[in-house]
Design a protein around this ligand. Structure first.
Ligand code: AMP
Ligand code: MN
Ligand code: MN
Length: 396
């Protein structure tokens, strides 16, 4: 344990334990040194072992990594309860675990509560509940892919009230808001940490668990395209595919389908894309907007706007790509990507958002022109190259 850790080993947790670490916000602050992360894993397992109820939450407007990791752990907790000594599969058994499986509540803090269409192929919708099913003060809560408590939307207050809060994440900007922080900025996805948790719980990787984890892994590596794609990523993918899941089906669901109206929407928003060669400290900026009106014209939900950035970022002339997506409340959800010369994570954090050096976002109000003026200013303060040119990160 380092001195700056919120809890010393064996120390009881409570609201005070969740005070941000003194160095929270410093790049790499959440990068726990080796021995500490082992202590964190032990504490996480101990907390989960003793729990009668475990509440899971992932970040708002979940992507494949957030929802896939959470559902994988929900499946694992359910399987573990069924197989635990003394659990339903062992009635009357004299095991050490609690006699009944823990109750599992899994949700995310969006209202209305809707599972994004592209993720509805994931098994486990029956494990999800709307956020108001969350207890006011969870005894044990686990968060997935959220770099800070505010990314939990209306479940942020529950996280602040939780007796124990286990944070599973891979954002370097993670604020260390848990009582147990399993944060590894080197991990390609939160799914990598979720796999580790499930393995350490001793639960066999079922097909359902593998599908969730694989969705997380392919989402955040851009289907094994981005610089986070390591031999370990492929080894994990191989391990997951051994369960019989079909990569072609996952790819089709995530990237290869949309309503016909998406073609019209894409044509509209790409047609208004602007290229600014002098922006981003001369490395070039390309940007566009997807407004509520655009979506209404084609009767499309907000989530269809998420994939627009993947087309916009193709423009060779720009290091930075930005898409301003207007949500149903009229706020701009901004996605930014860098090819390696610009730290978009720093710029987005400065504007109240978060993310990774090469993939980040923030929420903003005002006109698109005002938002772009603020962003241009931040991008102009070039702080050096965060990565190799061309080594685009997904950073979901
Ligand atoms: P996206 O562009 O939505 O795929 O997000 C890229 C990265 O930025 C992910 O790591 C997100 O968690 C992060 N991010 C996006 N929007 C926000 C936001 N409003 N606040 C904080 N982080 C964000
Ligand atoms: Mn995410
Ligand atoms: Mn992620």
């Amino acid at each position: 344990m380092t001195d700056d850790h919120p809890l010393a080993p064996g120390q009881s947790s409570g609201a005070d334990a969740r005070a941000p670490r003194p160095d929270a916000g410093r790049p790499g602050a959440a990068d726990l040194p080796g021995p500490d992360i082992e202590a964190e894993w032990s504490r996480a397992l101990k907390v989960l072992d003793g729990a009668a109820e475990i509440c899971l939450a992932c970040h708002v407007r979940p992507d494949g990594d957030a929802l896939g990791s959470m559902l994988a752990v929900a499946h694992a907790l359910r399987a573990r309860g069924a197989a635990a000594p003394g659990g339903p599969a062992d009635p009357g058994g004299a095991g050490e675990r609690p006699p009944t499986a823990p109750r599992v509540v899994a949700s995310f803090g969006d209202l209305p509560f809707e599972i994004p269409r592209i993720l509805r192929f994931l098994p486990g919708a029956d494990l999800l509940s709307p956020p108001d099913a969350f207890p006011e003060r969870p005894q044990v809560m686990v968060t997935f892919d959220a770099a800070s408590a505010d990314r939990l939307g209306i479940l942020e207050a529950r996280a602040c009230q939780a007796d124990e809060l286990i944070v599973l994440d891979h954002h370097a900007s993670n604020t260390g808001f848990g009582t147990v922080n399993l944060v590894d900025p080197a991990a390609a996805a939160t799914a990598v940490l979720a796999f580790d948790l499930i393995r350490r719980m001793g639960v066999e990787i079922s097909r359902d668990i593998a599908l969730g984890l694989y969705a997380g892994l392919v989402t955040d590596t851009g289907s094994f395209k981005y610089s986070t794609t390591s031999p370990q990523v492929h080894q994990l993918a191989a391990r997951l595919l051994q369960t019989g899941i079909e990569p072609g089906v996952v790819a089709h669901e995530l990237w290869d389908r949309s309503p016909f109206g998406f073609l019209g929407l894409l044509s509209t928003v790409l047609g208004r894309a602007q290229l600014e060669p002098a922006s981003a400290a001369g490395h070039g900026l390309v940007w566009t907007t997807v407004t509520r009106g655009d979506r209404a014209a084609y009767r499309l939900p907000f989530e269809v706007a998420e994939s627009v950035i993947d087309v916009v970022r193709r423009a060779d002339e720009a290091d930075v790509a930005v898409v301003l997506k207007e949500d149903d409340e009229g706020c701009w959800q901004v996605s930014a990507r860098s090819k390696g010369r610009t730290d978009v994570g720093r710029a987005c954090v400065a504007l109240g958002g978060g993310g990774h050096p090469l993939a980040a976002g923030f929420t903003a109000h005002g006109t698109a022109a005002e938002v772009m003026t603020a962003l241009r200013e931040q991008l102009g303060m070039g702080t050096g190259a965060p990565g190799r040119p061309g080594a685009a990160d997904s950073g979901r």
